[in-house]
Design a binder for this molecule. Sequence first.
Ligand code: 3H9
Length: 708
Amino acid sequence: MSLVELTKDNEIAIITVNNPPVNALSPGVPEGISECIDNVCKDPSVKAAIIIGSGSTFVAGADIKEFGKITSGKTQRGIAFLPMLIRIEDCSKPVIMAIHGTAFGGGLELAMAGHYRIASPSAQVGQPEVKLGIIPGAAGTQRLPRLAGVAKGVELCADGNPIKAAEALKLGIIDRIIEGDLLKGALAFAREVAGKPTRKTRERNEKLGTPEQNAPIFAAARENARKKQRGLMAPLAAIDAVEAATKLPTFEEGCEAERKLFTECLFSDQSKAMIHVFFGEREVAKIPDVPKGTATIPVNSAAVVGAGTMGGGIAMAFANAGIPVLLKETDQAALDKGLATIQKNYANSVKRGRFTQQFMDERLKLIQPTLSYDDFGSVDMVIEAVFEGMALKKEVFGQLDRVCKPGSILASNTSTLNIDEIASATKRPAAVIGTHFFSPANVMRLLEIVRGKASSKEVIATCMQLSKKIGKIGVLVGNCRGFVGNRMFGPYRREAQFLVEEGASVEAVDKALYDYGMAMGPMATGDLAGLDVGWRIRKEFRHTEKPGVRQPLAEDRLCELGRYGQKTGAGWYKYDSERRAIPDPEVAQMVKKWGTEAGIPQRQISKEEIVDRCIYALVNEGARILEEGYALRSVDIDIIYLNGYGFPGHRGGPMWYADTVGLKKVYERICEFHKQHGELWEPAPLLKRLAEEGKGFADFNKDQGAAA
Ligand code: 3H9
């Protein structure tokens, strides 16, 4: 079958787009549609035409792969859908768009150029371009407000979230929902409207409102975008483009304004980064030696050992996916406390409208509390989430080995400990794997899947598949201390603390990184996670520290004073009863005193230095991890940071960001830090090599044969 095919059902033409997997408007598709429309116009026996997608979806948008080719100059060919859309709209015979699956981006723009739109009940429509750092570029910002009104038009283009068919019908984006066979329904609909005069969306101005009506809508949309999509240029550009639809005298002028804004966004670093993230999120699922089709173990039941913050969150993640889960504690008080937290979390979600009461009740029924291992014999997977200490973990795994059925997966939620050593407590190391969730585990999207040296491919494939089922993005990592995320987070937070000990204020460090785009500054993050967590880990690993190498000192001292962060009402900051952070002059004084006593020169530190020291600490460690093979690709590191550590999406992740800055520049800055601060800043060999060769981390991936 060709990319676009024209067939006929008597007097109705059927134009089928066939470009799997998502019928993107790749080169050849718009041309094919235009050609079919020309034939429809010419053929006197045709009274109406249907455009429909083959396979599981209508058209999911422009071919995103093309954008990189355009911005890198690999192709001179632009993406010009507008002439095709005008051709469809100008067709004198009704063109009906039959939508199933998703009509996203260019797909919705195509649909809106038709004279009618009908959809399956499960279909979704949307303009998600802002999630790729761009805006609709084929008149989406011009036609959508004409169909849905300005308020909804601007919301859909600026937020990028899709809506379901029922809402699209209410808004006037689609004209009818078709139950049952879509093509059959489309044929009947086409016969209903055949012969009737066609209406062009671009000429429907009745919903465009007046300047007085629109001004508050645009003002509110801009405020919302600045707050919720901090630092992103595309949402603001999308709002400008919709505003152009309401202000400029003609549709054509509106399209011209949209085109300019689209091009600015497309060539921005933000869009390149966000497109990298789009493909990266799909790339991480590809594991060279665990190919698609590797056998998996059905996980229909699970158990979690430990009902603390992590265990409770993990149990919720399973329950939310409909998987029954046992939740085990050692004593009734701890179990009751864990269950009460789970109930409170669900109740909060119900209050915020995220879940219904019925959903909450059903999920709670799936979580079965227990004080014994008695029922563990029947579960398909166990996740251990007990206190972070090797002796205890080994004891638990020894016990699991005795009680769990053969074939059951034994996973540890450890964030730092050696999976192979944990596995050595069992007689089935092939079944042991790390599943490192991030707090709160029921919310955070990242799941680091830690491959032990004996973890079987079946177990790895199952965990990768399971991550999707429980709403996570699974990234496979190797078994090194801290794995990928926390191993890098150590140097990042170390530098943040050093900066404070050298004279930067706690607030200045947090603000610099927040302004860079991080969800939270490193000091506030420490307070949220609990400073005592790192303190305990540092105590466990103190014997591995090299004598004479500088170590942060202030955080341990804060812990010694009982300042563990939010949970004790004080850490780097003070906290009020609403857990709002308040700068604490006492901390500033103490840290200055400790720093001076330790002989650390106190000085003024620039915002730029704060960002470079913290972010390049991530990059340098990331480069080591990559070279040592603990991450499969640099994009895997990026996806970990974006989904687990609040790294800003529009910077593409630490490794992508370094490539954007240029590794030569990054390397030179790291060399400066090395000179000033000593061996902790020794440049990673891979970084040095790539910088000298004028390459980026993405090139390293290609050289290694992995798609970046
Ligand atoms: C746009 O339209 C701009 C316009 O305004 C025009 C400007 C002039 N292109 O996600 P999945 C690949 S911008 C190329 O795993 P699902 C994807 O990489 C576009 N490739 O499936 C993956 O490949 P692989 C606006 C695409 O069922 C495979 O298809 N549209 C595209 O979970 C399967 O994808 C969007 O932003 C594409 N457009 O979800 C929609 N889409 O197997 C983006 C997917 O090699 N797409 N691929 O890894 C989506 O949101 C989801 O893919 C969708 C399906 C919901 C459609």
